[in-house]
Design a protein around this ligand. Structure first.
Ligand SMILES: *Cc1c(COP(=O)(O)O)cnc(C)c1O
Length: 356
């Protein structure tokens, strides 16, 4: 009988799938989603807009109308290339595929977004993780030393970083941009919640700088749209690897329609920011809990030694799902909670109080 082990690459057999917890019926504070619904009026206008979709036809392979709107809203100049992905996960995969060859490596500070490692290793790339300092700051000297030693094809920098929530020091990032022999990708997935400056405006100043964004954390997680901006020469090459119709017609129409109401999502982001502040203050008052300051729509917190998994499990029995990071390297005793609605955050805080 033909067995998977006979034919599948060792990277596939040894890898494990990205685990998504079952969240049915739970207060879902584990995945950095925007907790707010579309206002009812906007929802019906959106549905009416979608009803005109040509489902029998392939979507526009370049998503030109959507590209144009995104270019405007991000204020990209004419020399900047733009590549759209089915979520930024697809763009991470595409970048890995583009550089994968024997002996090549990918580098990132750790802990960081797990897909950088997972997708690199699946393609046979070596993943080099450079530990962050104890306060989760970038260890600039260690990064430069590892870059010099390993000559990575790509350096990933999540800005702000997931799951730590902080921004890295800009001067250290510029030093990396100057030192890296390959690409440096600034992943600005949480830019809507951050007061750090964006690297979008620096595209072209560094020939190796790409900037990635996603609409997932702002309220469009279900539509799957990520984007990669960078010098035209890079984007044109990478575009050869993109599947022709990777952005489906419903996503193209929906994002185009909803971005014209960007103020709705900006207001929701403001609410998330004020809830983040409230959550941070309340968590800091719980004995044994240390929340870390965040520039994103989640908060990383450290529990008393050895308590994280029990707290995570007890929250789950109370119908509240957050992320347990206790087993993640560098994150012993850590949990991550996404900022929800005021009611969801209250439920979470009440459960935490009764558990601690
Ligand atoms: C959530 C996240 C992504 C993935 O976003 P999608 O566009 O939903 O695939 C990418 N990078 C970071 C740092 C994230 O936290």
């Amino acid at each position: 009988m033909t067995q998977p082990a006979q034919w599948l690459r060792p990277e596939v057999l040894q890898g494990s799938a990205y685990h998504v917890a079952d969240s049915r019926g739970m207060i879902k504070l584990d995945a950095m989603e925007n907790p707010y619904d579309l206002p009812a009026g906007l929802r019906s206008a959106w549905a009416a807009n979608l009803s005109g979709a040509a489902l029998n036809r392939y979507p526009d392979p370049q998503a030109r109308k959507l590209q144009l709107l995104l270019r405007q809203s991000l204020a990209l100049d004419a020399d900047t290339g733009l590549l759209l992905g089915n979520g930024s996960d697809e763009l991470i995969q595409l970048l890995c595929m583009a550089v994968a060859s024997p002996g090549r490596s990918i580098l990132a500070p750790t802990p960081t977004f797990v897909m950088y490692k997972l997708l690199a290793e699946c393609l046979g790339l070596r993943f080099i993780g450079v530990p962050l300092a104890a306060n989760f700051a970038l260890d600039g000297a260690a990064m430069l030393a590892a870059i010099a030693q390993h000559q990575p094809a790509i350096v990933w920098l999540a800005y702000p970083n997931n799951p730590t929530g902080n921004l890295f020091d800009a001067a250290a990032i510029y030093a990396i941009l100057r030192a890296a022999p390959g690409l440096v990708v600034l992943d600005e997935a949480y830019s809507a919640f951050s007061d750090g400056h964006s690297f979008l405006g620096e595209i072209g100043r560094y020939p190796n700088l790409l900037v990635m964004r996603t609409l997932s954390k702002q309220g469009f997680a279900g539509l799957r749209l990520g984007l990669l901006a960078g010098p035209q020469n890079w984007i044109a090459e990478l575009d050869k690897l993109r599947l022709p119709y990777n952005i489906n017609v419903l996503t193209q129409l929906s994002v185009h329609f909803l971005l014209q109401n960007a103020n709705v999502f900006a207001q929701q982001a403001q609410q998330i920011l004020s809830e983040r502040q409230r959550l941070f203050t309340a968590l800091g008052q719980l004995p044994g809990i240390q929340p870390y300051p965040s520039q994103a729509n989640f908060i990383l917190l450290r529990t008393a030694a050895g308590r994280a998994s029990a707290i995570h499990a007890a929250l789950k029995t109370r119908g509240i799902l957050i992320k347990n990071l206790d087993q993640a390297p560098g994150l012993k005793d850590c949990l991550r909670v996404t900022v929800g609605t005021a009611e969801e955050n209250d439920a979470f805080l009440q459960a935490m109080e009764s558990l601690i």
